[in-house]
Design a protein. Structure first.
Length: 118
């Protein structure tokens, strides 16, 4: 399947879903009070989406691969923030597991896409 728009990439769609979830999370009072964690979580989740889209729009596999590496790193930051939020009791066990699995799924999709590029 040929993809013409980054919005059609499943990995970008998953990253957007994650970013949307983060947007809801950081509106909670406990996150609002912890500006450092919420700022890091927000920036990293946006970075995942943006790096996937920017790399795709470069139309060069080598550049796309590099942007996917950055997106993967940012996705790891998001997941790490989920662990911190869980440890601080901002999210419960079930929500933590769900968010971490979404991040892991993005990681798997990113790795699969990377393997097709080089």
């Amino acid at each position: 399947m040929i993809v013409y728009r980054f919005e059609d990439l499943r990995v970008w769609q998953a990253a957007k879903k994650q970013c949307d979830r983060v947007g809801v999370l950081i509106k909670r009072p406990e996150f609002h009070r912890d500006r450092e964690l919420s700022g890091q979580l927000n920036a990293a989740s946006i970075s995942v989406m943006n790096n996937i889209s920017e790399g795709f729009l470069r139309h060069r596999d080598k550049e796309f691969l590099q942007f996917l590496r950055v997106a993967a790193g940012s996705n790891g930051e998001v997941r790490s923030c989920y662990y911190a939020a869980h440890a601080r009791k901002y999210i419960d066990d079930a929500e933590s597991a769900e968010l971490i699995e979404l991040s892991n799924a993005i990681g798997r999709m990113t790795r699969r896409l990377q393997s097709t590029l080089g």
